[in-house]
Design a protein around this ligand. Structure first.
Ligand code: TXE
Length: 488
C-alpha cells in the first residue's frame, strides 16, 4: 500500500471517491520521485460530474451576471492570496522554476478570471425596429463546457478556460493533463471557497481516455482543448459526433526574425526567452530564429556567451534557478532524440546538446539549453515542434526571403520581429501567418490580448473580449405588435 497522498476527483464542491480505487502516479520532474497518487475518473465519477454540472448550471445561469462577477472576483482574491503556495504546487508538478511560477502562472490565471468577471455584466443583446414590429437578441450560455488542459501551465490553463465559460453563465468539467493534476484541484477548491455553486466547476482526472469521454458526451456543448496538434485533430473529430463547438490551442514552430538594425542585446534576450523560458516548454516559442546576415556574427557571439553564463539549471524550487526540468523522462528522451537528429542532419551545435545532472537535483529530467546553427529549412529540427530547450538559428538576406521562409510551415501560432524600423516591423508582422505576434518583444500575453493560432495551430481564441463570443449563443426574438396577417 503506497504511503503517498491520494487525491480524488472534484465533483459538486467536494472530493468524490471513484469506487474502484484505481489511481495513477504523479512524478516530480526535478527528482523523479512519486509526489502523490490521483484516482482516475471512472464511469461513476463521469456520470456524477454530468449530473452535478446540470444542477450547477440551473443555479449559475439563473444568476445575474453581476452576481457571478462578484463571486469570481472573490476567487481572484483567493488566488492572489494563495499565490506562493499555489506556485509551489505548480513547480512540484511541472519542474518549472519557482522564479517563473511565483510571478507568472497564478498571476496570469487570476488576471484572466478578473478580466472576464469584469466583462460579465456587459454581455448584452440588441434590438431593432422592423416596421411596427421589432426583434431583439439575447446572448445565452451554452450549458456544460469541457476544458482539457496541457501540462506546461496547468493552473493558468484551467483559469484561462474557466474564466470566459463561467463569466458567461456556463459550467465547466475540466480535465488537467495526467502529468499535472494538482493546479485544477486547487482552483476548484478556491472556486468553492469563493461561493461558486457546487457543480459549476468540476475536475475529472485521467489520461486521454477520460479526455475522449468529454469530447463525445452528449450533454457537453463545447470543448476547449489545449495540447498537441495530433491530439487536437482527434478531439475535433470526436466532438463532431455531437456537433460540439471547439476551441483548439495547439502547437507551434514559430519564427523570430532579427533584422540588421535590431538592438543585439534585446534580440538575444528575445531568442533566449523564446526558447529557454519554462525550459522551452511553451507553445508560442520562437524556435526558428532567422538572423539577417550582417548582425549574425555579433548575435551568435552574445547568444553563446549569455546562454553559457546566465542560465542556472537546477532544483526548480531554489530561488537562483531560472531553468528547470522537463516534464518527464520520456519527454527528456524525446528532446534528446531531436538533438541527435539535428546533429545527424548536419546542423552545428553552438552550445548545449546533452542531458544535465545538476548537483542539487541529480535525478531530474534536465536537458541543457541548446542552440543549433547552420540549420536549413528542410531539417527535422526546423520543421517539427520539439517542445524543449532547442533553438534552431538560420541566416537570411532580405525581407521577402525571410517572410516566405517564416511562413513555410503548416503551423501558425506565433511570430516575432526585431527591428528599429517601425514601418518594416508592421509590414513584416502583417504578412506573418500567425495569430499571436510580437514586435520588439516576445512572450507577453496579457488577459486583454486574444491568443490563438492560424492554420494547424488552432481554432478560436483565449483571453480578450473576443473570447466571450465563444461562450454564448445568440437567440433572436421577433415580436409582433399588430394582428397577424395570414393568407389562410
Ligand atoms: O499535449 P497532449 P501535452 C501544446 C504544445 C504541445 C502540447 C504539449 O505546443 O504540442 O500542448 O502538451 C488529453 N481526447 N500547447 O503533451 O498530449 C491529455 O490527457 C481528448 C499549446 O499535454 O496533446 C491532456 O490532458 N483528450 C497551447 C491533453 O489532452 C485527450 C499552450 C493534452 O495532451 C486525448 C500549451 C484524446 N484522444 C501547450 N488524448 C497553446 N496553443 O496555447 C490526450 N488527451
Amino acid at each position: 500500500m503506497s504511503s503517498k497522498v491520494i487525491y480524488q476527483n472534484y465533483v459538486h464542491g467536494k472530493y468524490l471517491a471513484n469506487g474502484t480505487g484505481e489511481t495513477f502516479e504523479v512524478i516530480n520532474p526535478a527528482t523523479g520521485n512519486v509526489s502523490y497518487l490521483v484516482e482516475v475518473a471512472t464511469e461513476s465519477v463521469q456520470q456524477a460530474a454530468i449530473e452535478s454540472a446540470k444542477t450547477g448550471f440551473a443555479i449559475w445561469s439563473a444568476m445575474m451576471p453581476i452576481e457571478r462577477s462578484r463571486i469570481l472576483l472573490k476567487a481572484v482574491a483567493l488566488l492572489r492570496e494563495q499565490n506562493d503556495d499555489l506556485a509551489a504546487g505548480e513547480v512540484l508538478d511541472t519542474g518549472k522554476p519557482w522564479q517563473e511560477a511565483s510571478v507568472v502562472d497564478i498571476v496570469t490565471g487570476a488576471d484572466s478570471i478578473e478580466f472576464f468577471a469584469g466583462l460579465a455584466p456587459s454581455i448584452e443583446g440588441n434590438q431593432q425596429p422592423v416596421g411596427a414590429d421589432f426583434y431583439y437578441t439575447r446572448r445565452e450560455p451554452l450549458g456544460i463546457c469541457a476544458g482539457i488542459g496541457a501540462w506546461n501551465y496547468p493552473l493558468q490553463i484551467a483559469c484561462w478556460k474557466a474564466a470566459p465559460a463561467l463569466a458567461c453563465g456556463n459550467v465547466m468539467i475540466f480535465k488537467p493533463s495526467e502529468e499535472t493534476p494538482r493546479g485544477a484541484m486547487r482552483l476548484a477548491e478556491i472556486f468553492t471557497q469563493a461561493g461558486v455553486p457546487d457543480g459549476v466547476f468540476n475536475v475529472v482526472q485521467g489520461d486521454g481516455r477520460v479526455g475522449a469521454w468529454l469530447t463525445t458526451n452528449e450533454d457537453i456543448a463545447k470543448v476547449s482543448f489545449t495540447g498537441e496538434v495530433g491530439t487536437g485533430k482527434k478531439v475535433m473529430a470526436a466532438a463532431a459526433g455531437s456537433l460540439k463547438e471547439v476551441t483548439m490551442e495547439l502547437g507551434g514552430k514559430s519564427p523570430l526574425i532579427i533584422f540588421n538594425d535590431a538592438d543585439v542585446e534585446n534580440a538575444v534576450s528575445a531568442a533566449m526567452l523564446a526558447n529557454f523560458y519554462t525550459q522551452g516548454e511553451v507553445c508560442t516559442n520562437g524556435t526558428r530564429v532567422f538572423v539577417q546576415q550582417d548582425i549574425y556574427p555579433r548575435f551568435i557571439q552574445r547568444l553563446k556567451e549569455r546562454t553559457e553564463q546566465n542560465i542556472v539549471c537546477g532544483d526548480p524550487m531554489h530561488p537562483d534557478t531560472n531553468f528547470g526540468a522537463l516534464i518527464s523522462r520520456d519527454h527528456q528522451q524525446k528532446v534528446l532524440d531531436y538533438i541527435e537528429i539535428g546533429k545527424k542532419e548536419g546542423a552545428t551545435l553552438l552550445t548545449g546538446g546533452t542531458a544535465l545532472t545538476p548537483d542539487n537535483a541529480p535525478n531530474g529530467f534536465f536537458v541543457a539549453p541548446t542552440v543549433f546553427i547552420d540549420c536549413t529549412d528542410e531539417m527535422t529540427i526546423s520543421k517539427e515542434e520539439i517542445f524543449g530547450p532547442v533553438m534552431s538559428v538560420f541566416t537570411f538576406t532580405d525581407e521577402d526571403e525571410v517572410i516566405e521562409r517564416a511562413n513555410s510551415t503548416h503551423l501558425g501560432l506565433a511570430a516575432g520581429v526585431f527591428t528599429q524600423d517601425i514601418t518594416r516591423a508592421h509590414r513584416v508582422i502583417h504578412q506573418m501567418q500567425a495569430g499571436i505576434c510580437w514586435i520588439n518583444a516576445y512572450g507577453a500575453s496579457p488577459a486583454e490580448m486574444p491568443v490563438g493560432g492560424y492554420k494547424m495551430s488552432g481554432i478560436g481564441r483565449e483571453n480578450g473580449s473576443e473570447t466571450l463570443k465563444a461562450y454564448t449563443q445568440i437567440k433572436a426574438v421577433y415580436v409582433g405588435m399588430q394582428s397577424l396577417e395570414s393568407p389562410f
